[in-house]
Write a protein that binds this ligand. Structure first.
Ligand code: IVH
Length: 669
């Protein structure tokens, strides 16, 4: 490509990708598929690699993560990051207002009231409108430099938008909170469980763990979000109120929470506290209270700080929903990857309006750290929507004769040996034929995000397995109606329905099938990347480590896990059984009508409306093929601007030549 054309394409791609980032992350309304998005990113990355002069620190490619770090560099905050004094009752809120008035000598103070987000605080530096560095809070004076990781947060502008109200300052520190939405958190944990990894305890830990990843490519795959709520040092301009600062931040393109309000007096603050408290459960993110800030910035200065807390702000905390109950049993479950998970089974109890009887404790270390024993009275807590957790044991109420929890030495299901791998917190059953694992594996295969086979939930999967009708997911396709009818709870209709759902599931989208196989570390996103890159199962099965790591988001660990999976004899047998049963995954975007079936194309010149790679994919998705040289067998030559010698060859062979407009018509655009 000509340098100018390349430059133009780079600029276009950057805009297009930022547009789609907004649609996806801010408006929750994507316009294109993940595969198309990945293609745009790859095209941009390729062009930037080829034209390094066009490097830009605000390009969307800067968001995908950089080489892993050995450790984070310390980061000295230009101005200290304070924390907040807490209030737990209306009286304490009123006291705060009284103190503020007394100390400032002003008796009508207006505040800005904000939700108190339960994430982790960060400090961002923008120089002349460009995001240059960012860090965690740390001890308030020094944090960790997590610039690369922050860049992966799509809702964070890498460049400030110009507005007419305020010039872009030459230097500004912007403070905010990185968080993960409740829904994304649930999905992330499901993904982790499916990939055989430890789930996070709550969205806050998930956000912190993700932001403090040394490998920013991992951070890039985490659904991090950010809200900005304050300013530290600033050069060249200033604000008179906090409200004005927030409005300006929003104008510059920073996400600012929509629930923030200016409130005229302390009674209105209390009303706000109650109002936000009432809607807390319905919010898409977790909050643990509200923050009140004196609106007038000169007043803030007069009030100053006391030790590490400003006197002009207050955190009003919601009481956590807690309850006490008794642990009846500590049950140990076996997951699909053989991970053992202790779960406290308790006397059912109402925690903030929800009946709770189980609390997952993730691993042995967690049970031992809290020293939870059968018979103990425990305090349990439910924060927002999140899974209930055991906060602590009430030792005074411990009965005599309780025993310290011990992880079983043998699998509770198959009695095989349990091992704890070096460097892992998890204990695993390493028997690959462990029935509990196999049942989980079959359940996963049939589940909604995977093959979505109706009528094949946890119970039926286990039933089929226990009746020895199936050993692995491929066996499902050999079930007969007669066999089903012999099982309990299966009548003519349900048996026929299951047979039909299985039959109908024989041409799954390729990415769903890959995900359904349950390869360690391969979640929905990786499955999509594999499907888009390789197009069919055979190519994925035979892919080498380096073919896999060539994909942007696939690192050596995921690649090794995929290669290993397809080398295992047991899995090779299962894949053969799928093939014999007629299970044939389809490349996702094959259009219903194979309009270009058996038509062969040669592309020459530059197309205005799309990159050549995109044109190629579209043709292939419609069943056609694309070749590099013109022969008698070529059906069409598509000629963009400045076509090469291929056009002459087409003319001499009498092959139909399509201009861009004709081409768009044939592909239905
Ligand atoms: S203002 C000096 N505003 O709460 C002002 N903090 O306990 C410092 N937080 O470290 C922070 N939402 O992580 C502020 N709207 C909000 C907040 C907020 C959450 C967190 C932040 C801070 C902690 C202080």
């Amino acid at each position: 490509m000509e340098k100018d054309a390349a430059w133009k394409r780079i600029a276009d791609l950057r805009n297009i990708i930022e547009y789609h980032n907004k649609r996806y992350y801010q408006q929750d309304n994507p316009e294109i598929s993940d595969a198309e998005y990945d293609r745009l990113m790859r095209e941009l990355q390729d062009l930037e690699n080829r034209y390094p002069d066009e490097y830009s620190e605000t390009s969307p490619t800067q968001r995908v993560g950089a080489a892993p770090l050995a450790k984070f560099a310390p980061f000295n905050h230009p101005s200290a990051m304070f924390s907040l004094a807490n209030a737990f009752s209306n009286e304490e809120i009123i006291d705060f207002d009284g103190r503020t008035k007394r100390l400032s000598g002003v008796d009508n103070i207006s505040y800005v009231a904000e939700p108190k987000l339960d994430g982790l605080a960060v400090n961002l530096i923008y120089e002349n409108g460009i995001f240059t560095r960012g860090a965690t809070r740390g001890d308030g004076a020094t944090g960790e430099d997590v610039t690369q990781n922050l860049k992966t947060i799509s809702s964070l502008p890498l460049k400030m938008k110009k507005i007419k109200e305020k010039p872009i300052p030459s230097f500004i520190e912007i403070r905010g909170e990185v968080y993960i939405e409740k829904e994304s958190f649930k999905k992330l944990n499901l993904r982790r469980i499916n990939e055989g990894e430890e789930p996070f305890a709550n969205p806050r830990n998930a956000a912190a763990g993700s932001l403090r990843q040394l490998d920013s490519k991992i951070t890039a795959r985490r659904p991090l979000n950010i809200f900005l709520y304050g300013i530290g040092d600033i050069k060249g301009i200033d604000f008179s109120t906090h409200k004005e600062a927030l409005q300006t931040l929003s104008g510059w393109g920073f996400p600012v929470n929509k629930l923030i309000e200016q409130v005229q007096n302390i009674n209105a603050c209390i009303q706000y506290f109650e109002h936000i408290g009432a809607m807390r459960e319905r919010l898409p993110y977790e909050i643990d209270g509200i923050v009140l800030k004196v609106d007038n910035l000169s007043l803030q200065k007069i009030l100053g700080n006391v030790s590490r807390n400003p006197r002009w702000a207050l955190a009003c905390k919601f009481p956590a929903a807690q309850a006490t109950t008794v642990v009846k049993e500590i049950f140990v479950g076996v997951g699909r990857m053989g991970t053992l998970t202790p779960v406290a089974i308790m006397e059912p109890v109402n925690v903030g309006g929800v009946m709770v009887s189980r609390a997952t404790m993730h691993n042995e270390d967690e049970v031992l750290k809290k020293d939870v024993r059968v018979g103990d009275t425990v305090v349990i807590q439910r924060a927002g929507d999140v899974i209930p957790e055991v906060v602590k044991v009430i030792l005074d109420e411990r009965p005599i004769g309780t025993k310290i929890f011990e992880m079983p030495k043998h699998c509770p299901d198959c009695n095989s040996e349990i091992v704890r791998m070096e460097g892992e917190v998890a204990h695993r059953c390493i028997n690959i034929s462990c029935p509990a694992q196999l049942k989980e594996h079959i359940r996963h295969f049939a589940s909604r995000g995977a093959m979505d086979i109706e009528g094949l939930g946890e119970k039926v999967s286990a039933q089929l397995f226990d009746a020895k009708l199936i050993q692995d997911p491929a066996d499902l396709y050999y079930l007969t109606k007669k066999e089903l009818l012999e099982l309990e709870r299966h009548a003519e209709k349900s048996a026929q329905n299951l047979i039909d759902s299985l039959e109908n599931s024989k041409n799954p989208p390729l990415d769903k099938f890959i995900y359904a196989l349950g390869i360690r570390h391969v979640g929905e996103r990786t499955a999509k990347l594999l499907a888009a890159r390789f197009g069919n199962m055979e190519k994925i099965i035979t892919a080498k480590q380096e073919d896999l790591t060539a994909i942007n988001e696939i690192g050596p660990e995921i690649a090794a896990s995929i290669v290993e999976f397809f080398h295992e004899q047991k899995n090779i047998d299962v894949m053969n059984k799928f093939r014999k049963a007629g299970v044939k995954p389809q490349k996702k975007e094959i259009a219903a009508d194979n309009a270009l079936q058996r038509k062969s194309f040669v592309l020459t010149g530059t197309l205005e409306s799309m990159a050549r790679n995109d044109a190629k994919l579209i043709i292939e998705n419609l069943g056609g093929s694309v070749h590099s040289s013109v022969t008698k067998k070529t059906t069409y030559v598509v000629a963009g601007s400045e076509p090469g010698s291929k056009l002459d060859k087409a003319n001499s062979l009498g092959i139909t030549v399509l201009n861009e407009k004709d081409f768009l018509k044939i592909i239905g655009r």
